[in-house]
Write a protein that binds this ligand. Structure first.
Ligand code: SF4
Ligand code: SF4
Length: 669
C-alpha cells in the first residue's frame, strides 16, 4: 500500500514508537527490580491459569461494589484487545497491500463485525467514565484529571479515526465491507465523492489512525493506562497467603526493621505502584477515609509511585544514604496511624495491590528504629511487656473470670481435646469475660473436652504486631509456641478473630525466623488445628450436640468482624447459627466481605481516635437504621466498639451480644 519511501518512513516511525514505549518501561522495570526479593512464582501453571481467567473474564473489575463501572471497563478492555489486533493488521497493511489478518472466511467476517460493535462500546465506556469523573466529580477519581482526559480523548480519537479509515477503505475497495455494519453505512454516505478524493481520504485516514495509535502507545507508560501491563502482571504474582497474614520479620538477620526508605519494599510492593489503575475503589471502601481521616489507600500507592519516579536513579543505584526517608514528605503520621488494617482496600482492589503490609511496614520502622508512635501506645507497650495484656492487669488474674465455673487448666488436664485460648479481652475485659463464660456453658452442654492455660497464657501479639512492634509480638509468640509444644496442644478454640488469625496464619511464618525454637516446637505447631468459636458452635449444632430454643431477641443483625469475615472468609457459619434461632434477621448495608470496620483493628483499640468522625459511630448508625433489637457479633473488640457507639448515640435499648452469648441463652436446659 505504501511506496518504498513511505515504507521506510513508516518503519522508522514504528522504531521510534517502540523506543518511546520501551525506554520508560525499562526505567520502571529497573525501579521494581531494585526491591527486596519475595517469592511470587510458586505453582506458576496455576498462577498463569488463575490470572488468565481472572483477566479474560474480567473477574477483577466485575466485583459487587461497582458492577456498572466494571461492565464499562469490560467494554473498554475488550475494545482495546480488538483495536490492538486491528492495529497489528493496520501496521502490516502498510507493508502488504490489502492485508487482512483473518481472511475472508467466517472468522474474518465475524471479526469485522466485532470491531464495529466495540467501536460503539468503547465510546459508551469513555462517555460513562468521563461523566463520572468530570460531571459528577466522584471523590474516588479526584486525582490525575489530566491523565484521564488524555486517555479519554485518545480512546475517542483512535476509535473515530478508525471509523473514518474504515468508511474510506470500504468506499475505496469493493468487497471490503465484510460484516462492518457501521463502516458500510459510513461508506455509503461518502460514495458520492470522486474516486480520487476517496483514495486521498483513504490514505489520510490510514496515516491519521496509525499515528494516533502510536502516539497513544508512546504515552501509555507515563499514564495509569500502564495498568494494562503492570496490573495484569500484578494479578499473576498475587500473594498465595491469606490476606490477613503479614510477612514475618527476620529480626536476627535484619539491619533495617520495617520500611524506612523505598529500597526496603519488596519488588512486588514496588510493582503495585505501577499496577494501580487509580479507580479509587480502595478509597471508597476505606473506613478511615470515610470517617474524614487523612488516609486514602489510593494515595498511599500514588504518592509512593511519584516518590519512586522522582528518586528513581538513586533507588536503582541503591544509594540508600541519598534516598529520603518515606516519613519525610511521602507519608504523614496521621495517614500511617489511622489504618485499622481492616483489609477493605485489598479486598476490592481489582489488581491485587497490597496496602496493609506497606502501612504496617512503615509503622515497624517508626516504632523499632525511630521510637515514634502515638503517645498513648507507651502505656500499651509497657503493659504488654510487664503483664502480657494491654490493660496491664496483673497476669496472675488471667483466670479470675472462671470463678464459680468448672474450667480445668491444661496443667491439670494435659490430654484435653481443645485448648480454649481465652485471649486478653476474654480474660480481663468485663464484656469479654461474659463471652468466655458463655462459651464455657456451650462447651459443657455439648460435652466438649477442653482446658485453658490460665496464668500461663500470654497475649497472642496481634495488636503489638499491627502497631509495628514486631519485637514485642515475637517475644509473646515464642513463649506461646513453647507452651503449645509443652502441652502437645492439638486443637485451639479462639473467641477473638485476631487471635484466630494470628494462630492460623502468622505463627507459621514465625517458625522460619525465630532463632531459638526447637524442631519439636516447630513440628508440634504445624499439626495444630485452630477454630474460631463460631465455627465450633456451628459444628456442634450441626452434630445435634446443642439443642436450642428460639432466641428471645426478635430482630437481630450481624456485624462481620474484619478479621473473621473479610480476612478469613468465615461468613456463613454465624448466619447459619442465627438462622437456627428463628429470630428475624436483618443484614446491615455493609455486610459479609464488605463489612464496615468497627474501628478497633490494627491495634487502634489502644489509640485515641482524635481525627474526623468516629468509625464506631458510623457503624453504629447502620445498626440503628436497621431497627434491629440486638446486634450480634463474634469479636470482643467489635462488641466493645458497638456498645460504646450505641452508648454515645443514646440507644440503650439496642443490645450488642457475642454469638456465644446468644446461643448460650437459647440452650435448652
Ligand atoms: S486496611 Fe482498612 S483502614 Fe487501612 S487503608 Fe485499607 S481500607 Fe483503609
Ligand atoms: S489501589 Fe487498587 S483499588 Fe485502589 S485505586 Fe489503585 S487499583 Fe484501584
Amino acid at each position: 500500500m505504501l511506496t518504498s519511501t513511505g515504507k521506510i518512513i513508516f518503519a522508522l516511525i514504528i522504531l521510534a514508537t517502540f523506543l518511546a514505549f520501551m525506554i520508560p518501561v525499562y526505567y520502571r522495570i529497573r525501579i521494581i527490580r531494585a526491591g527486596l526479593p519475595t517469592k511470587r512464582f510458586s505453582q506458576l501453571g496455576k498462577r498463569l491459569w488463575q490470572a488468565f481467567t481472572k483477566i479474560l473474564f474480567q473477574r477483577c473489575t466485575l466485583k459487587a461494589e461497582r458492577v456498572l463501572a466494571g461492565l464499562m471497563h469490560v467494554f473498554i478492555f475488550y475494545g482495546a484487545l480488538t483495536f490492538d489486533t486491528m492495529t497489528l493488521n493496520h501496521t502490516l497493511e502498510g507493508f502488504i497491500p490489502d492485508f487482512f489478518l483473518f481472511g475472508d472466511g467466517r472468522i474474518g467476517l465475524l471479526f469485522s463485525f466485532m470491531v464495529d460493535v466495540f467501536a460503539i462500546l468503547v465510546i459508551v465506556g469513555v462517555l460513562y467514565f468521563a461523566f463520572r469523573r468530570f460531571i459528577i466529580r466522584l471523590k474516588a477519581y479526584a486525582t490525575t484529571w489530566r491523565d484521564s482526559a488524555i486517555i479519554y480523548i485518545a480512546l475517542t480519537l483512535v476509535t473515530l479515526s478508525y471509523l473514518y479509515f474504515e468508511a474510506f477503505a470500504i468506499a475505496h475497495h469493493e468487497g471490503h465491507e465484510r460484516w462492518s455494519f457501521l463502516g458500510k453505512q459510513l461508506a455509503a454516505s461518502v460514495s458520492g465523492m470522486g474516486h480520487e478524493a476517496i483514495a486521498t481520504h483513504f490514505m489520510i485516514a490510514w496515516w491519521l489512525h496509525i499515528l494516533l495509535v502510536f502516539a497513544f502507545v508512546a504515552y501509555v507508560p507515563h499514564s495509569k493506562y500502564f495498568h494494562m501491563f503492570a496490573g495484569s502482571f500484578n494479578v499473576l504474582v498475587n500473594r498465595d497467603t491469606p490476606m490477613g497474614e503479614l510477612p514475618a520479620m527476620d529480626i536476627e538477620n535484619s539491619e533495617v526493621f520495617g520500611i524506612e526508605k523505598s529500597l526496603d519494599f519488596s519488588w512486588k510492593d514496588l510493582l503495585d505502584t505501577f499496577a494501580c489503575m487509580e479507580c479509587g475503589r480502595c478509597q471508597d471502601a476505606c473506613p478511615a477515609f470515610a470517617s474524614d481521616k487523612p488516609l486514602s489507600p489510593k494515595m498511599i500507592i500514588l504518592n509512593l509511585k511519584q516518590h519512586l519516579l522522582n528518586s528513581g536513579q538513586k533507588h536503582i543505584a541503591k544509594q540508600r544514604d541519598d534516598l529520603s526517608p518515606l516519613m519525610e514528605g511521602v507519608f504523614s503520621e496521621d495517614e500511617i496511624w489511622t489504618c485499622t488494617t481492616c483489609g477493605a482496600c485489598m479486598h476490592v482492589c481489582p489488581v491485587e495491590i497490597e496496602h496493609i503490609p506497606k502501612i504496617v511496614g512503615i509503622r515497624q520502622s517508626q516504632v523499632l528504629m525511630e521510637s515514634k508512635f502515638p503517645g498513648e501506645l507507651n502505656n500499651f507497650f509497657r503493659n504488654m511487656e510487664t503483664n502480657s495484656n494491654p490493660w496491664g492487669i496483673g497476669f496472675s488474674d488471667r483466670s479470675a473470670w472462671t470463678d464459680g465455673l468448672e474450667v480445668k487448666l491444661l496443667s491439670e488436664h494435659p490430654d484435653a481435646e481443645y485448648l480454649f485460648w481465652v485471649g486478653c479481652a476474654g480474660s480481663f475485659d468485663e464484656e469479654g469475660k461474659k463471652i468466655s463464660r458463655a462459651l464455657v456453658t456451650i462447651l459443657h452442654k455439648a460435652g466438649v473436652d477442653f482446658a485453658i492455660l490460665g496464668t500461663e497464657e500470654k497475649c497472642c501479639g496481634d495488636s503489638a504486631r499491627r502497631l509495628g512492634n514486631e519485637y514485642l509480638y515475637q517475644i509473646q509468640a515464642a513463649e506461646n509456641l513453647e507452651l503449645f509444644a509443652k502441652y502437645q496442644v492439638k486443637k485451639i478454640i479462639a473467641i477473638c478473630p485476631h487471635g484466630f488469625n494470628t494462630f492460623s496464619h502468622e505463627y507459621r511464618g514465625l517458625l522460619k525466623v525465630l532463632p531459638d525454637l526447637s524442631p519439636e516446637t516447630t513440628r508440634a505447631f504445624e499439626q495444630i488445628e485452630v477454630v474460631h468459636h463460631t465455627q465450633l458452635i456451628f459444628q456442634l449444632i450441626q452434630a445435634g450436640r446443642l439443642p436450642l430454643n428460639a432466641t428471645q431477641a426478635l430482630r437481630m443483625t450481624y456485624h462481620d468482624p474484619c478479621y473473621l469475615g473479610r480476612h478469613n472468609g468465615i461468613i456463613s457459619e454465624p448466619r447459619e447459627i442465627l438462622a437456627k434461632l428463628k429470630g428475624q434477621f436483618i443484614e446491615l448495608p455493609n455486610h459479609k466481605q464488605h463489612s464496615f470496620c468497627c474501628g478497633a483493628g490494627g491495634g487502634l483499640m489502644w489509640t485515641e481516635e482524635s481525627l474526623g468522625k468516629r468509625i464506631n459511630h458510623m457503624r453504629t448508625d447502620e445498626v440503628i437504621t436497621s431497627q434491629a433489637e440486638t446486634a450480634v457479633t463474634s469479636c470482643p473488640f467489635c462488641l466493645t466498639m458497638l456498645q460504646d457507639g450505641l452508648k454515645d448515640k443514646e440507644k440503650p435499648d439496642i443490645k450488642v451480644k457475642d454469638i456465644a452469648q446468644i446461643v448460650a441463652e437459647a440452650l435448652i436446659d
